[in-house]
Ligand binder design. Structure first.
Ligand code: COA
Ligand code: ZN
Length: 307
């Protein structure tokens, strides 16, 4: 399989990143971050989630973020994560057109995250499809590479979630390494065998790697080698699941851009704009950033011409 010439990047910082930051982030700062990510060239941005404010207080201003996008061209590329039917109702009511429904392959993690078995979550998904056929649905299969509670996750557990979704006509599928436990070998095994097995299904695959163990870039290369061309990353390497002990940041968008540039693969994102956003966001919030490229750029460790 040839490497893709261009990949699409979904920026998940405003959702996966912000959800695990405890101190309140000003709604205006969230909205301006989303706008700057679109302006920097992100193909899609996960802008918020419609979840219980008790579970994730940081996401309670989701309706305001959706309202700020109303009537803009960006709304077409903005995604809201939802854990259940109620979330989909709220997202649709707030004018969102694209939702990401999260279901974990691991029953233990699904129970911890959304308090349902994967089977019950699939029922919620069925309800969402029939009540809101106008919503574009991406299915995020969480813990596809491992679970914080039970360890290894089998292909059968992934397929248990995937197959009914395919029957519901959902072909936008993201395999999420929620706890950053994937390795290039595991990516080849899991993503490679699924891509092969469902090669006739027209699935638009994406992967979502957390850099918990430092292998996100290696895993990205393994996925590119399989021909996969859609990646989810977060500016400044923000991110982490509050319901997965020990989880840490997403692969940094800055680092993905650098990797793709080095490999000569197109992506449409402006690295300087992402670096500027990370810089100003961190300055405003005091959050930590976790991006190698951000670090070398700030410290001027290395200049392009010295290579
Ligand atoms: N958005 C906002 N409120 C919601 C909601 C949603 N999507 N789903 C349920 N609620 C509300 C209910 O209306 C109810 O409110 P009330 O107590 O005022 O009547 C309350 O939450 C409890 O409802 P219930 O259906 O019993 O939910 P729960 O307590 O079992 O929690 C979730 C289930 C899914 C709502 C909750 O676990 C959640 O929001 N998880 C988010 C997980 C997440 O975002 N993880 C990170 C991303 S992968
Ligand atoms: Zn994540």
């Amino acid at each position: 399989m040839a490497w893709p010439k261009r990949v699409r990047i979904t920026e998940v910082g405003p959702r996966d990143g912000f959800q695990s930051i405890e101190p309140w982030i000003d709604t205006g700062l969230k909205i301006s971050s989303v706008r700057r990510l679109f302006d920097a060239g992100a193909d899609a941005v996960e802008v918020c989630s419609f979840v219980s404010p008790r579970a994730i207080p940081q996401m309670r201003d989701a309706p305001e973020i959706a309202a700020a996008l109303a009537g803009t061209e960006e709304l077409e590329r903005a995604v809201a994560l939802v854990p259940n039917r109620k979330g989909a109702e709220l997202a649709a009511g707030a004018g969102m057109k694209n939702i990401a429904v999260v279901i974990s392959a691991s029953a233990d993690h699904n129970m911890s995250n959304v308090r349902k078995t994967p089977g019950q979550s699939l029922e919620e998904l069925r309800g969402i499809r029939s009540w809101h056929p106008e919503l574009n649905v991406k299915l995020d299969i969480a813990t596809a590479f491992g679970c914080p509670f039970k360890g290894a996750v089998s292909l059968d557990e992934i397929r248990f979630v995937l197959e009914p979704a395919l029957e519901m006509g959902i072909d936008d599928i993201c395999l999420c390494d929620t706890i950053g436990v994937a390795s290039p070998a595991l990516v080849r095994e899991v993503v490679g065998s699924l891509m092969e097995r469902y090669s006739e299904s027209g699935i638009d695959w994406a992967v979502h790697f957390h850099n918990t163990r430092g292998l996100a870039a290696a895993n990205t290369v393994a996925a590119l080698e399989l021909g996969l061309d859609r990646f989810e990353t977060a500016f400044a390497g923000l991110g982490g699941c509050p319901f997965a002990p020990g989880a840490s940041g997403n692969m940094a968008t800055e680092d993905l851009i650098y990797l793709l540039d080095e490999l000569g693969i197109g992506h449409g994102l402006n690295l300087d704009k992402i670096l500027e956003l990370s810089e100003s966001f961190v300055a405003a919030t005091g959050c930590c950033r976790d991006s190698k490229i951000d670090r070398v750029t700030r410290n001027k460790v290395f200049k392009q011409e010295e290579k």
